[in-house]
Design a protein around this ligand. Structure first.
Ligand code: AMO
Length: 448
């Protein structure tokens, strides 16, 4: 039988008409002559209502009762073709419901393990393949999708070319301690930590370039901000100064937030995200503070009653309590610039006149979401870069192509990488990064 299917998200275009939707039964309720089905099809959730007398009138006493009975006994996650008339419904947040006129079961579902009661996180993580169907998880995935689309749109509008970096690599992009090593026909190869070094080659060919792909960090951190596999949006561009690079990053993050407000308003509503705050982050300029000023501020405020971070000295790295405090102090996304060279990557250019500090910036999201972007101006001088590679205990042989780029028309250039899942947690208001990616890989989690 051929049937014209519509999605739940598009029912607003069919008010008063009879439509058919392919969906899953998320939940059901009702009693006596009436049955309510919570239907979901990925695009949205909404309610279908079946009224017994209507079924008897349409199908006759026997068939009508049988159909109605079938609806009343549908179990959670049964897949169905449901036909009905679309009605406006002011009482529900969604605004529409379906007056069910017919139903056909596609696939049975018995004893679905995730019921409307509370389940523990471990149980939900073991059932991630099913947990993804819940309202909250679909909303987060819709926000993730909106960020990805907004990102492509921003880069396209701003003259960037997508340039795909390899996933298997012969060298470390960020550091040598967090590498996943694999055997490449008898030689070691590593899963990419960042596409940056290859992107710099792309930049010398195509100008503004970006990539977007999975990256891997063998980080033994068990925090709510760390994954071992995450998706990074990385961009590289010639001829911009460090300051101009921050302007670009700020415009990018604002475009991503706006993209979610435009494309996934219902998901934000379901997650009860404070959209006034998101709008404020778009309307107000991001803050910029130097690493040294940030340390001084932290020292000044460490005795305050409401602070709970450890004392830090100039030269120390921040922990997440410090990052949280700084971004909360300013109340908007905050760039911390010019960190000590000692704990930043080898490719960053020193601050003119101050070789102890480098021209880099981490963008810290407010409300405790932490760092969402790391970026820097890159070293362009062959000899200086060679020295930095050696000083970092790296083998120049592994960086031949990268050094070689500095021998043929080296130009000032900057770039940054945004962690997609960090951005998803921030925009969606999700506290733990495990919910920001379909199948999270973490220290103790590789399945499902
Ligand atoms: P960095 O190492 O700062 O920079 O990473 C960039 C961004 O990636 C995210 N991120 C993570 N997200 C989840 N889990 C992790 N374990 C994790 N580690 C990092 C953060 C971070 O801001 N090559 C540079 C980028 C560049 O300069 O182009 C780099 O990789 O959001």
């Amino acid at each position: 039988m051929s049937r014209k299917l519509i999605s739940i998200a598009s029912v607003k275009d069919y008010v008063g008409q009879e439509v058919t939707i392919g969906a899953w039964v998320a939940n059901k309720s009702g009693k006596g002559k009436i049955a309510f089905l919570q239907l979901r099809d990925g695009s949205a959730f909404f309610q279908g209502v079946a009224f017994k007398p209507n079924f008897i009138e349409k199908f006759g006493e026997e068939d009508g009762l049988e159909k109605f009975d079938l609806i009343k006994h549908l179990s959670q996650e049964t897949s169905v073709y449901v036909t009905g008339i679309v009605k406006e419904d002011d009482r529900s947040k969604f605004g529409y419901e379906l007056d069910i006129t017919n139903i056909e079961v596609i696939g049975q579902s018995n004893d679905y393990p995730i019921t409307p009661k509370e389940h523990g996180t471990d149980f939900l993580m073991d059932n991630r393949h099913l947990w993804l169907r819940s309202r909250r998880q679909t909303a987060i995935m819709q926000i993730r999708n909106a960020i990805i689309y907004a990102s492509y749109e921003f880069f396209d509008k701003n003259g960037f070319v997508k340039f795909d970096s390899p996933i298997l690599s012969g060298n470390a992009a960020e550091n040598t301690t967090e590498l996943f090593e694999t055997d490449y026909f008898g030689n070691p190869a590593f899963l990419s930590q960042s596409g940056q070094l290859y992107l710099e080659a792309g930049m010398m060919a195509l100008g503004r370039v970006f990539d977007f792909g999975p990256v891997f960090r063998a980080e033994k951190s068990k925090t709510r901000r760390h994954l071992t596999e995450f998706w990074m949006m990385d961009a590289e561009y010639p001829f911009l100064s460090h300051e101009e690079s921050l302007d670009l990053q700020e415009a990018y993050v604002k475009a991503l937030i706006q993209g979610v407000l435009d494309r996934a308003p219902q998901a934000l509503e379901l997650l009860e995200r404070d959209t006034d705050l998101l709008k404020k982050y778009i309307a107000e300029p991001f803050k910029r503070v130097s690493y040294d000023d940030a340390i001084s501020l932290l020292q000044e405020h460490e005795a305050d009653e409401d602070t709970d971070y450890e004392h830090v000295e100039h030269g120390d790295d921040f922990g997440s309590p410090h990052e949280t405090w700084i971004s909360n102090y300013f109340g908007v996304p905050t760039f911390v610039v010019n960190y000590p060279a000692s704990f930043k990557a080898f490719y960053m250019k020193p601050v003119p006149g101050n070789p102890e500090r480098v021209l880099c910036a981490d963008l810290l999201a407010p409300e405790g979401y932490g760092e969402i972007i790391g970026g820097s101006e890159r070293e362009t001088d062959y000899d200086v870069l060679m020295e930095k590679i050696k000083a970092n205990g790296l083998d120049p042989k592994d960086y031949e192509f990268y050094l070689n780029l500095r021998q043929y028309g080296s130009v000032p250039h900057c770039g940054f990488g945004l962690g997609l899942e960090r951005m998803v947690t921030f925009v969606s208001g999700t506290k733990h990064i495990r919910e920001a990616i379909p199948f999270p890989r973490m220290l103790h989690r590789i399945k499902p």
